[in-house]
Design a protein around this ligand. Structure first.
Ligand code: ATP
Ligand code: MG
Length: 410
């Protein structure tokens, strides 16, 4: 018996060249996510990946795999020779584990409700698939044989093919039979990197990390760029962004973090721009720096956490005035989300708590009491006319610093 992890991915709408790229990228991303584990091999067969090796005994390998964009679901499995006794033995072990897990977890059907000795509390079914026709039993025959064997072995079990709490998957393939009982959903989407690179404007807020996750899930390789205005904003606010980037790395190991020193630009804006337009000018400057940086890095888009209508700087007029200064596509994955939906997703991906830590954003510090909510294009251009834009942007881009995200994993 060997332990393997089955990794399923979506292939719908993937044809020819695209599909090959998708599979290669996903394989690379899987390997990268497990590279610290001993002797792990990733093999593609039958339209899925099989991950094998001694290092998989480490708890967390399944969790890591279930976070990789492009992965539809993950099943820890056992691989045995195509022999009925071997299959039955593995089935018995998997059910034993399931029962044991149920005893440990208070929520499970086994421990819920009055439990009587010998009561058949666990609804189960066997779902066999005979992909290799050399095996003597058909799928329904295998279901029946293994099902009957399990019923004899475990008095806790009863068959329920419609609402099972335990489904034992059995796949008979030429190289052996795979058995599993868990199917952990992955994020779906496309493997990070297949769409090309994008510069993510990453603040310490709730929205932009979620936007980064969604971008990675559409195949965008995320280069996170944070605008930092030290000492107006503290070292702590920067550390917070580092923590957020590390959380994003759980989904895509290749996420990078860069810090743009923004103090000078902000100071000039304070000095030279009318207060009402400070925010829109600041955003335009961020966009210009982001664009220049994107071109330098070969990135094809800018990703932000902006949302329509949420705050003064995010009315359609503001968004238009901000976007005017770049020709790159600006991707706003949260544009039409409700805050509630964003928060839910932030919780799910694990950025919410870090985002909620108190910190000063360069925006919160600079926001005037009455910002223009509908800045026109002419007004916005006029508001920044006293700035030496080219020079400020060039200097800022030149001084962008990469922050190494150390190798700790979780
Ligand atoms: P977030 O929760 O992401 O901060 P928000 O709803 O608070 O978003 P704003 O603070 O107005 O909105 O920022 C809008 C977007 O601009 C952010 O989602 C982010 O993409 C970008 N942004 C804002 N401040 C910074 C910063 N200091 N560094 C990098 N990007 C930033
Ligand atoms: Mg913010």
């Amino acid at each position: 018996m060997e332990r393997v992890i089955l990794v399923r991915y979506g292939e719908i709408a993937l044809k020819g060249e695209n599909r090959r790229d998708f599979e290669l990228a996903l394989k690379r991303n899987i390997e990268e996510s497990l590279e610290d584990l001993e002797g792990v091999r990733v093999r593609r067969a039958h339209g899925r990946f099989f991950v094998e090796g001694p290092g998989l005994a480490v708890t967390g390998a399944v969790d890591r795999l279930s976070r990789i964009p492009g992965v539809v679901s993950v099943s820890p499995a056992r691989l045995v020779p195509n022999d009925l006794d071997e299959i039955a033995g593995a089935a018995r072990d998997i059910v034993a584990e399931f029962i044991e897990d149920g005893r440990r977890s208070a929520h499970h059907a086994v421990s819920a409700g009055p439990e009587r000795e010998g009561e058949r509390a666990i609804a189960f079914k066997v779902a066999s698939k005979r992909a290799w026709k050399g095996f003597p039993l058909t799928s329904p025959e295998l279901d029946a044989r293994i099902g009957a064997f399990l019923l004899r072995t475990y008095p806790e079990l009863r068959v329920d093919v419609h609402h099972p709490s335990l489904t034992l998957g059995i796949e008979v393939r030429e190289d052996g039979t795979y058995l599993y009982s868990k199917e952990i959903p992955g994020p779906g989407g496309l493997p990070a990197g297949t769409a090309g690179k994008g510069v993510l404007l990453l603040s310490g807020g709730i929205d932009s990390p979620v936007a980064g996750y969604l971008a990675a899930r559409r195949g965008i390789r995320v280069l996170a760029l944070h605008f930092w205005s030290y000492p107006i904003t503290s070292q702590r606010s920067r550390d917070k962004v580092v923590d957020l980037a590390k959380i994003l790395r759980r989904y895509d190991r290749s996420v990078r973090l860069y810090v743009a020193h923004f103090t000078e630009i902000q100071t000039r804006i304070m000095e030279k721009c009318p207060e009402k337009f400070r925010v829109v000018v600041m955003r335009r400057m961020m966009m210009r720096v982001a664009e220049a940086f994107a071109l330098k890095k070969g990135a094809l888009c800018i990703v932000t956490g902006e949302n329509v209508g949420q705050v003064a700087s995010q009315t359609l007029e503001s968004l238009r005035a901000i976007e005017e200064v770049t020709t790159l596509p600006v991707i706003r994955p949260l544009a039409c989300f409700d805050k509630r939906e964003t928060v839910e997703l932030a919780r799910k991906i694990g950025t919410y708590e870090t985002s909620c830590l108190p910190y000063e954003d360069c925006c919160t510090v600079f926001v005037p009491r009455h910002p223009a909510t509908k800045p026109g294009l002419e007004e916005s251009r006029a508001a920044e006319s006293a700035l030496d834009i080219e020079d400020l942007v060039e200097k800022c881009v030149e001084n962008i610093e990469e922050i190494p995200l150390d190798a700790d994993r979780s």
